[in-house]
Design a protein around this ligand. Structure first.
Ligand code: APR
Length: 251
């Protein structure tokens, strides 16, 4: 990685009044959470994640989709935030305002200490009634989630994870706040997202159009790097730790 690029990124961050950090599955990869487009392993190898994470799949086979989420929740509960998550939370101490907008459902940004987090695709540790019988969302406290698919205590419909599936709309408040902040941001740091799932994928373009400097951190070039002002090639744990180090040296 070019040290000049790290320094350039740190300088941009240093002058930002509002930094928006948009993250995707790549930021959790170094914690051991596979990205969505990685092949599934073990018992789930014969399934395609993009076909399990849909309302149609849940309607057709709720138990199968539930079991897949139990498996994913167990995997997520066993992992810890990595240096990338910690570097992002450290940015809050170095800059006036940092908001994390994440597509991840694993809760690792919060565990790493970030305080202002918009979860665009929900959170795997929360549950709701699949019929939203008492308003949208009808959140439910489920303690024994590994004991099989529970029913909503109010209406009897199946309980489902409070996550956004393919073809579903994002929670209104979350996407509206993310869009507003993207328009106001001085810098947008995009980390570990392939930039193919909308509307999250539109945020970097929106930020740039409204004057933000867009920095993309990813081991490979993709949709986002083509519009970014600066592309930093590498795993997020490494790249973000170097940026934080450079910022501290400027303090
Ligand atoms: N550091 C940074 N980025 C990484 C790393 C790493 N160590 N390893 C992989 N990546 C990058 C990949 O190159 C890819 O660009 O992370 C990205 C992961 O892409 P996706 O799996 O498509 O994840 P994401 O962009 O978050 O997907 C968006 O789509 O599948 C749905 O709802 C799901 O939230 C998800 C959304």
């Amino acid at each position: 990685m070019n040290p000049e690029d790290i320094l350039g990124a740190a300088r941009r961050l240093k002058s930002a009044k509002l930094l928006v950090v948009l993250t995707g599955a790549g930021v959790s990869k170094e914690s051991g959470v596979p990205t969505f487009r990685d092949a599934l392993d073990g018992l789930w190898a014969k399934y395609d994640a993009q076909q399990l994470a849909t309302p149609a799949a849940f309607r057709a086979n709720p138990k199968l989709v539930w079991d897949w989420y139990v498996y994913r929740r167990q995997m997520i509960e066993a992992v810890k935030p990595n240096p990338g998550h910690f570097a992002i939370s450290e940015l809050e101490r170095l800059l006036p305002q940092v908001v994390v907008v994440t597509q991840n459902i694993d809760g690792l940004h919060k565990q790493a200490g970030s305080s202002d987090i918009i979860e665009l695709h929900g959170n795997i540790r929360r549950y709701r009634c699949s019929a939203n019988c008492r308003g949208n969302p009808t959140l439910l406290e489920i303690s024994a989630w590994e004991n099989g698919l529970p029913a909503c205590p109010h209406c009897g419909h199946w309980v489902r994870p409070d996550v956004v599936w393919f073809t579903e709309a994002l929670p209104d408040e979350a996407i509206h706040r993310a869009q507003e902040l993207s328009r106001q941001a001085d810098v947008m740091l995009v980390v570990g997202t392939s930039g193919v799932v909308y509307p999250a994928a539109a945020l970097p373009g929106m930020a740039k159009e409204h004057g933000a400097y867009v920095i993309d951190v990813n081991p490979v070039r993709d949709e986002i790097s083509t519009i970014a002002n600066l592309f930093l090639a590498g795993p997020s744990g490494e790249v973000l730790s170097q940026i934080v180090q450079a910022l501290r040296a400027m303090a």
